[in-house]
Write a protein that binds this ligand. Structure first.
Ligand code: CA
Length: 238
């Protein structure tokens, strides 16, 4: 399987396309080029690039039109527009049409690569956050906030949603102390009209349910402050 990232350059000026291709390939990208807007759109479908460098002045379909068609199809592939210095309106159109960034010609290839990296990092981080599962695991404890399942020593524990959310919130930042008010705000929400005793009651119930499951973690009271999920072995969240 080819794991390298793919870049598509849609640019009718051959020397610019070649220069960009050279820099992207040096950076490990697999590169394809298209010399007009229509060919570019076809390449997007067949090549499925991870990033697109799109010239604004193109034959057949110009850059902004290409971008609009792309976004109409709900394509989330990041696009960096290449615009000429005089075409200030292009930048506005580009961003309005859904470009992630733009670069003014003439440009230094290094600048282009810096933008490519920045845009890629942003989109990868966004994808990562989407993928992130809300599952925490500690010794003999599993908190799954996607399925609202709590397992202690492999057995399912009945716990209402708020208890699960509270446990998840605490365990997601092990050993961090939360005040009751923080927990009320962050778990119950700002519009909740309960008092801090609500937190105490939920902690008490969780403790009863989880008592004796493991020596490696505990719901600890920090006197005068609040609560924490204490553990010696801090595992990374996924
Ligand atoms: Ca052009």
């Amino acid at each position: 399987m080819d794991n390298s990232r793919k870049a598509l350059i849609i640019e009718d000026e051959e020397n610019i396309a070649e220069l960009l291709q050279m820099f992207l390939e040096k950076d490990g990208y697999t590169v394809r080029t298209a010399a007009d807007g229509r060919a570019g759109l076809e390449q997007v479908k067949s090549f499925e690039p991870d990033i697109i460098l799109l010239d604004s002045m193109l034959p057949k379909l110009d850059g902004v039109q290409v971008l609009k068609r792309l976004r109409e199809e709900d394509d989330v592939t990041p696009v960096i527009m290449l615009t000429a210095k005089s075409e200030t309106y292009d930048k506005v159109f580009a961003l309005e049409a859904g470009a992630d960034d733009y670069i003014t010609k003439p440009f230094a290839p290094k600048e282009v690569m810096a933008r490519v990296h920045a845009v890629s990092r942003r989109t990868e981080r966004a994808a990562e956050e989407m993928r992130e599962e809300k599952i925490l695991e500690f010794d003999k404890l599993l908190v799954n906030l996607d399925a609202y399942v709590l397992l202690a020593d492999g057995k399912k524990v009945d716990a209402p949603p708020k208890e699960l959310e509270l446990l998840y919130h605490l365990a997601k930042s092990p050993n961090r102390v939360f005040t009751r008010n923080q927990l009320l705000d962050e778990v119950w929400g700002f519009d909740y009209f309960g008092d801090s005793r609500t937190v105490d009651v939920h902690i008490k119930r969780l403790r009863e349910k989880l008592e004796g499951t493991s020596e490696q973690w505990a719901l600890k009271t920090v006197w005068g402050v609040g609560y924490k999920f204490e553990t010696e072995t801090v595992r990374a969240n996924n």
